[in-house]
Design a protein around this ligand. Structure first.
Ligand code: ZN
Length: 127
């Protein structure tokens, strides 16, 4: 189960994001799937305009797992982009206690465009 998925006594809430954990991922550059520190060059799921579906990085192996399990993530309109933190355009403010998190975007013209679902092992080697 993705680390960002809230879980209550009734079970996981698949359509929700745990804002406190998302803020942790954004502040600490941690993987949204497993919660562990992400590599300097990590993956983001973005639309054709470079907007992040969920503004937090993923390990290549975690992105592979997430896209295999989540039909929303494997939608053909989404791309996985391998980026470093300094390639991200940030809007919004990070105030986890107020439920505010950042929105991330990756400019489409930047090099590093990866077609949907790259081989995660090839990305691991480029770290
Ligand atoms: Zn991970």
């Amino acid at each position: 189960m993705p680390w960002l998925t809230p879980v209550t006594a009734t079970g996981p809430h698949w359509r929700m994001v745990h804002r406190g954990r998302l803020a942790h991922c954004q502040r600490e550059w941690a993987c949204q799937v497993c919660g562990e520190p992400a590599p300097p060059r990590a993956l983001l799921a973005v639309d054709a305009d470079g907007r992040c579906l969920t503004s937090a990085p993923m390990h290549p192996r975690c992105a592979k797992q997430a896209t295999a399990a989540c039909s929303h993530l494997s939608a053909s309109a989404l791309l996985l982009r391998a980026v470093t933190r300094d390639q991200i355009v940030v809007s919004g403010d990070l105030h986890p206690d107020l439920g505010e998190t950042e929105q991330w975007r990756v400019p489409p013209a930047q090099p590093g465009l990866v077609p949907p679902w790259p081989d995660p092992h090839s990305l691991e080697e480029r770290r």
